[in-house]
Design a protein around this ligand. Structure first.
Ligand SMILES: N[C@@H](CCC(=O)N[C@@H](CS)C(=O)NCC(=O)O)C(=O)O
Length: 222
């Protein structure tokens, strides 16, 4: 039975799932939900995920949404080893902390920047939202300085935390909100991730570029 992923190529959350699925080697039956056309509200999709969000994974009788839960599930179920989500309790705690930081802080601040650009009335991010995003990026830079040359949780190999963070970073970078000169350690980490994550360009870089193009076209129409 195939593993089905409902996703939108425009969504950073979905990119993290595509990257981790590729890393663990599980083929996905990909079904696109175009959130810009409100396809997530179709009754047949709401019947699967009442919260109508992508990514949503269906693996047999398991239906799962929330991208970071999907990442850890894929590693537990299909990973050949635990490198991507280590068993060591302290390392796993650091990975989890980064996943919560990504979900609860960084991506929330990104949403505050990008939602007005995509659909709001002003088509410009507020100075306060940009300040908040850069504050979160500078925290991430500081965390990475502590693990210089390693991955985000201080490991030699990437973990699901790197995959979750990199998916968001692909958007910030493509949209021009992240410059490596401002965050040199974060920039070096991003380049390392791009090199070691199989299919980065195809699964994240290209779609982030399309997202940035869409965002700019909306801004130009404003
Ligand atoms: N915390 C969720 C957020 C998912 C999410 O908000 N996805 C957006 C696309 S980027 C979506 O599905 N929006 C449609 C909707 O909420 O109706 C995750 O990490 O999966």
């Amino acid at each position: 039975m195939s593993v089905v992923l409902y996703h939108s190529p425009m969504s950073a959350y979905c990119r993290s799932v595509l990257l981790v699925a590729k890393a663990v080697g599980v083929p996905l039956d990909r079904r696109i939900i175009n959130v810009f056309e409100n396809e997530q509200f179709k009754p047949e999709f709401v019947a699967i995920n009442p919260q109508h969000t992508v990514p949503t994974l269906v693996d047999g009788d398991l239906v799962l949404w929330e991208s970071r839960a999907i990442l850890t599930y894929l590693v537990g179920r299909y990973g050949k080893d635990k490198t991507l989500y280590p068993d060591d309790v302290k390392v796993r705690a650091k990975v989890d902390a980064l996943l919560y930081f990504d979900c609860g802080t960084l991506m929330q601040r990104w949403k505050a920047v990008v939602v007005p650009l995509m659909g709001g009335s002003t088509h410009t991010p507020s100075p306060e939202s940009l300040k908040q995003l850069h504050e979160a990026l500078s925290w991430l830079e500081t965390m990475l300085i502590r693990h210089k040359g390693k991955f985000a949780a201080g490991t030699e190999d990437p973990t699901v935390a790197d995959f979750a963070l990199v998916a968001g970073m692909s958007s910030y970078e493509a949209c021009g909100f992240f410059q490596a000169e401002t965050y040199p350690v974060l920039g070096a980490w991003l380049e390392r991730c791009k090199k070691v994550m199989p299919g980065y360009q195809e699964m994240a870089g290209d779609d982030a570029a399309k997202f940035a193009e869409l965002m700019r076209s909306k801004m130009n129409k404003a």
